[in-house]
Design a protein. Structure first.
Length: 358
């Protein structure tokens, strides 16, 4: 908060120890010296015009008159100097209507709102190819938006993303790097006699294979899916399963107030599981290259129709959001669920994300 300096009192000119008073007195002394020297020169010019016997008497009367005038001028000089000093102090503390001085910090306008689009996570592509000789399927993943360091089971299932069936072709687990990205190539653990057939899908689960559990367990939850197009090779655009009936998506608005040093954040998300709670954070990094939490935000709580909204006011923010390097993440679980003993749980998985950019 900028320091407020009260204006100087108009009474400062009346105190002998005030620097303003000493400057005024110095100015007055110089004026008095000028007036006295002028009076003496006037007397010298006046005296020779009188007879020799009278100059002293007339000169005395003239001296008295000049002295009186000099004193009067001195009084006027004191009043004039004091008035000018007070006017100067007053003008420095109260700018006129035409002043061009810089506006105080409290008058600095808030920056324009920053809009952020929140899109489904994880995201990316998987390229599948089938080898007719070995009958194996090779999968090349170019994806991001996973919990950093997390491992995930991946299968080809019977059915479609909206109506999944049994596992047909398993793959080795795929593991995210320390920024939540998976760039790897894996070969199926079992052959596929029919190749990439119609009526099948590729599914990435929340947990690794040894923690999947039953189809209704948390670990088994599909977090990214795509229906397979029959071909010898195909590239799939992966996306979360619709819940309920649409992919999770949303938006956020950030407004920074430099005077109050506050950052206001409002977030709205739809396509959530009704009644579910979700932690929201501003992180360092980007959706493709995740980093540490910068600011925790208010949790989202989904309504019966799967939508949620929350507002957060962050205090003591020294600067506006940078041009890049921050992003907003909405997690699968609430703030109380996403970590345990300092480590991310399955609930940490991002479900929507958006990069903050101006």
């Amino acid at each position: 908060m900028p320091m407020f300096h009260p204006p100087r009192s108009r009474h400062h000119a009346h105190f002998p120890h005030s620097p303003i008073y000493r400057r005024s007195q110095t100015g007055i002394s110089k004026r008095n010296m000028l007036l006295d020297s002028t009076s003496e020169r006037t007397l010298e010019q006046w005296t020779p015009s009188f007879p020799s016997a009278a100059p002293v008497q007339h000169g005395s009367r003239v001296m008295k008159a000049i002295t009186w005038v000099s004193k009067s001028v001195r009084v006027i000089a004191v009043v004039t100097t004091a008035t000018a000093t007070v006017a100067s102090c007053s003008s420095s503390s109260t700018p006129s209507s035409t002043s061009t001085s810089t506006a105080p910090a409290s008058a600095v306008a808030a920056g324009p709102p920053i809009s952020v689009s929140l899109t489904s996570q994880p995201s990316g592509t998987v390229s599948l190819s089938w080898d007719p000789q070995t009958k194996n399927v090779t999968a090349k993943l170019q994806m991001s938006g996973f919990t950093p360091g997390s491992s995930h089971a991946m299968h080809i299932h019977q059915g479609s993303c909206e109506a999944q069936g049994n596992v047909l072709v398993p793959f080795p687990d795929v593991t995210a790097d320390n920024v939540g990205a998976i760039h790897t190539t894996v070969v199926s653990s079992q052959p596929s006699a029919s190749g990439l057939a119609a009526g099948t899908l590729l599914n990435i689960h929340l947990a690794p294979a040894d923690q999947l559990g039953s189809p209704d367990s948390l670990g088994y939850t599909p977090i990214s899916c795509a229906d397979i197009t029959p071909a010898a090779s195909t590239t799939l655009t992966m996306a979360p399963l619709p819940q309920p009936g649409q992919h999770p998506q949303g938006s956020a608005t950030l407004t920074y107030d430099p005077a109050k040093k506050t950052l206001s954040v409002s977030a709205t998300v739809s396509g959530l599981v009704p009644g579910s709670g979700h932690a929201v954070h501003i992180h360092l990094g980007s959706c493709d290259s995740q980093g540490a939490v910068k600011y925790p935000l208010t949790d989202l709580l989904a309504s019966p129709n799967g939508s949620a909204a929350a507002n957060t006011l962050i205090q003591n923010v020294d600067q506006a959001p940078p041009v890049s390097g921050w992003y907003i993440n909405v997690h699968l679980g609430s703030a109380s669920q996403i970590e345990q003993n300092g480590q991310p749980t399955l609930y940490f998985q991002p479900i929507v994300c958006g990069n903050i950019s101006k």
